[in-house]
Design a protein around this ligand. Structure first.
Ligand code: FER
Length: 294
């Protein structure tokens, strides 16, 4: 645990302790953004209707399920999307999708209407039918995003054990899942982006597809994330980084990208004009989901 950088990060973030619920102005973290010439979009802007409910397409199902967490010692909750026509005759790939510091297991659905976004992409043949698991990344007995949410930053590191030893086994016991690294993706926004890089790159035997949107200061230094660039390049099916130019945390993603580029680790680096906000996360999920499991 890098306690000094974390303390500095916490101090910088102190003025913006509001819960990140999409109401009011987005929080402004971090410092000024210095753009480099490769900090450009990898994809065009998504169409305006990516999360418009369409009556003419089949709809998947969203459910809130409970699981026993040995890591935390409590019963915990996660929201799960199963695609249209979900059937135990098939084994589905799974995307584990992680929220930010002000969020919980409901945040992705509130920010991006994940069910609608996936229903539309699947109907258009742009995304593979997949299960999306949205757990609670704050691995502590009281996992509500209440009060000073920055006080629970350490619990986001504890979640590594909950994810690997509790969330994934509970998912694979309950759903018809292709239970191997080639069919397992990990992605998240902000704190969840940092978690995805830390846990995903740290467990390439478990995850072949990794996405990190607007990664937060919990992101490990790039050389610790990817100590063996050749092995990582070999094992990764997809490493996707995105950030908005109005996001004060831009330098974190930019630094990971620079390291990956320097060490020839193939990855997607998508920069748009958004801030640290739900528009960036929804659009990033839209782009990322289309690359998964192909
Ligand atoms: C910080 C600034 C932002 C920090 C975390 C965040 C742990 C996370 C933001 C988010 O998840 O939206 O200094 O330190």
């Amino acid at each position: 645990m890098r306690s000094l950088p974390l303390l500095i990060a916490l101090a910088l973030a102190a003025p913006a302790l509001a819960q990140n619920d999409g109401d009011g102005p987005p929080p402004r973290f971090g410092g000024p953004v210095e753009l480099h010439e490769d900090d450009i979009p990898a994809f065009p802007e998504p169409p305006a209707d990516i999360v418009t409910v369409r009556d003419d397409v089949p709809h998947g199902t969203l459910e809130m399920i409970a699981y026993e967490s040995e890591t935390v010692g409590t019963t915990r909750h996660m929201q799960v999307y199963t695609p249209p026509g979900y059937s135990t005759d098939r084994a589905y790939p799974v995307l584990y999708l992680l929220h930010g510091i002000g969020g919980d297991e409901t945040e992705w659905q509130r920010f991006a209407t994940v069910d609608v976004l996936l229903d539309n992409l699947i109907a258009d043949g742009e995304a593979e039918p997949m299960i999306v698991v949205m757990p609670n990344g704050r691995a502590q007995p009281n996992d509500r995003a209440k009060g000073d949410v920055f006080a629970s930053a350490p619990a986001f590191a504890v979640f590594e054990g909950d994810l690997l030893n509790d969330v994934i086994p509970a998912t694979e016991a309950r759903y018809s899942v292709a239970a191997d690294r080639e069919h397992r993706a990990l992605a998240g926004l902000s704190m969840g982006g940092g978690q995805s890089l830390n846990f995903g790159l740290g467990h390439l035997d478990t995850f072949a597809w990794i996405g990190a949107f607007s990664s937060a200061p919990n992101t490990e230094p790039p050389a610790e994330l990817v100590p063996d660039p050749e092995a990582a390049a070999d094992q990764l099916e997809l490493l996707f980084l995105s950030c908005g130019t109005e996001d004060g945390l831009f330098g974190i993603s930019q630094g990971v990208h620079a390291y990956l580029a320097e060490h020839d680790v193939p990855h997607v680096w998508h920069v748009d004009g958004n801030g640290h906000d739900p528009t960036h996360w929804r659009n990033s999920l839209y782009h990322f989901a289309q690359l998964l499991f192909k």
